[in-house]
Ligand binder design. Sequence first.
Ligand code: BG6
Length: 324
Amino acid sequence: MSVAGLNHAFGIAGALVFEERPEGLIEARLASTEGHATICLQGGHVIDWRCLGQTQPVLWLSRDAKFAAGKSIRGGIPVCWPWFGAYGAATPPTKNAQQPGDAPAAPPLAGVENFPTHGFARTAAWEVVDSGVEHDGTVWLLLTLSRAAMPEAMWPHAATLELKVSLGAALQLDLVSGNIGAQPFVLGEALHTYFNISDIGKVSVQGLQGVEYWDTVGSVESKRQDGAVEFSTETDRVYINSPQACSIEDPGFGRRIHIRKQGSLSTVVWNPWTAKAARMGDLGQPDGWRQMLCVESANAWDNKLTLASGERHTLSVEYRVEPL
Ligand code: BG6
């Protein structure tokens, strides 16, 4: 649909407008009395969120982020779906064995080595389904990824996917997956949120004390979190059966970001540090890595989901900012 068509069908005066970016991608701009957010329709990707009383954006977007058809955007909230990490690889070897009640082992697919990391949803064209404003002023946008946008060669399953983005005092995302086929399928997913922070060496993640995680830097090792998560080197961890709430303490920006999730059993904490950031090429050299921290609400690794025929699953996350 054209920008004019989108504005005619879904635009809301003062609360939602669609615009074309200079590079050609279409974005939706949401505004409420409490802040504003921008969503790129490619990827269903929230690229910006500002909230009242905060001079700094809450989400980090790389200064080198690419806005091009079929390219993933570095920063904001990429939607990882229907797998997390490399296709089929993000499960420790010991966990690969079939368990009672698991979906039948899927037949091998051709060309898996070329399947995109974190799935295809983050670069696919999403469609707008609906929009609205609640009594309390929360404005929302509902998107869907049609079956036609799910490449059959990578995903031979009959699935539905919707993303609702709601902007009020908090920013909330609801990612709803459905199985409309006859067979169960296994699903991995994440809302891969990049937070804008004052300095990676001075922030911490609270709320993961005692949680077991896979440390994936170097050889994969199982560990248990002791105290708050602090950062002094490359960090790439998948916390398993993580609690519903955690937070980022950022004294430099004088704020705490609360992350509260439902339907998500894993939390991924990631910062690439210097060398990996330099290899990545779009992380905003020389110091982009210092200003970003990913705390991702996921169902990954041991926590992948099996969706039975007819089943729907919702992964919800709410972000809220509080002054310290
Ligand atoms: C994180 C992973 O979720 O995403 C990291 O834990 C990965 O291992 C990062 O490097 C970025 O992935 P991508 O595909 O966006 O470069």
